[in-house]
Design a protein around this ligand. Structure first.
Ligand code: FAD
Ligand code: FES
Length: 278
């Protein structure tokens, strides 16, 4: 029987981790074990999480594609549905449909330096890439993680950044726009970190996630360091409804972010970045 992309499958919460006051991770397993065995995804793809009587939201898959026994989603409480998801506990049930969209270019990045550049309050789509590279360390060259936040207290997962910084061949650069006493990292915009990043522009792939203005400025700074446009990839975000390219809610120029994205190479979307109405 052909599967129905609109139909949520029941999943159970096997574990729940509180990552920060308003951020939590749900570890999920399909109750239909045959469906679970068939379920596969790529790093950077997303699922629609569905709560009966409340609604549905797009959430990136944070776990490793090879680790299919549990499927992790890290969620920040924003509004109606994410608030309701935050109330769920281990053992509770919800709906899941997916995976959807185009993920990160992990195969094309093999053997090359990987730059992950994020802005704002944590960026789940990129966390999955960190785990992906660290688990397959020999397949990639340098891993450079750059994160920028507005205020120092916006930096979550600080311990995780320390762990990543201690990993082989890995550089972690953190910055905040506004800093004060006791802040051991950089002050300023995330674009200002690019000068400190140790990578070979002729053999690197950059993956960006964050507010569109930040991604536009970052792409420009990378171009100035000599990185070709086709090696700069961006994860775009829009409010999703159908997630399969039918409803038009996520239309972005001639493409649908749910189906053609959320990850795009810069040349596909550079003409739309920063254009009002897109
Ligand atoms: C491909 C993709 C992957 C995502 N991955 C994650 C993830 O891993 N973890 C996570 O916490 N969130 C993720 N999001 C964002 C998440 O889908 C939204 O935060 C969520 O839909 C909010 O739903 P809500 O009902 O809680 O809030 P709502 O009540 O719907 O919205 C609250 C406010 O946020 C705005 N808003 C809602 N969704 C979006 C959006 N997608 N873009 C811009 N503004 C929005 C609304 O207009 C409103 O102002 C992802 C979104 C996309 C498109
Ligand atoms: S969410 Fe319906 S077309 Fe993308």
């Amino acid at each position: 029987m052909k599967s129905n992309d609109y139909l949520p499958h029941e999943v159970q919460i096997v574990a729940r981790v509180q990552e920060a006051p308003d951020i939590f991770t749900l570890r999920l397993r399909f109750t239909d074990l045959a469906h679970h065995a068939r379920y596969h995804f790529d790093a950077g793809q997303f699922n629609m999480l569905y709560l009966h009587g409340v609604g549905e939201v797009a959430i990136s898959i944070a776990s490793d594609p090879k680790d299919t026994h549990l499927i992790d989603h890290t969620v920040r409480v924003v509004g109606r549905v994410t608030k309701a998801l935050a109330q769920l506990q281990t053992g509770d049930y919800l709906g899941l449909r997916g995976p959807f969209g185009r993920g990160w270019p992990m195969a094309a990045a093999q053997g090359r330096d990987v730059l992950l550049i994020t802005g704002g309050l944590g960026c789940a789509p990129v966390v999955s890439v960190v785990h992906y590279v660290l688990r397959r360390r020999a397949h990639y060259a340098r891993l450079i993680i750059m994160q920028g936040v507005k205020h120092t207290h916006d930096l979550i997962w600080r311990r995780q950044y320390d762990t990543w910084a201690a990993a082989p061949n890995t550089q972690v650069l953190l910055t905040a726009d506004q800093t004060g006493q006791g802040w051991p990292f950089n002050t300023g915009l995330v674009t200002q970190l690019i000068g400190q990043a140790q990578f070979d522009p002729a053999n690197a792939v950059a993956m960006l996630c964050g507010p569109e203005g930040m991604m536009r400025a970052t792409a420009h700074a990378l171009q100035e360091r000599g990185l070709p446009d086709h090696d700069i990839w961006l994860s775009m975000e829009r409010n999703m409804h159908c997630a399969v390219g039918h409803c038009g809610h996520c239309q972005f120029g001639g493409s649908f972010i749910c189906k053609d994205g959320p990850v795009y190479p810069l040349p596909e979307i550079s003409h739309l970045l920063g254009v009002k109405g897109f």
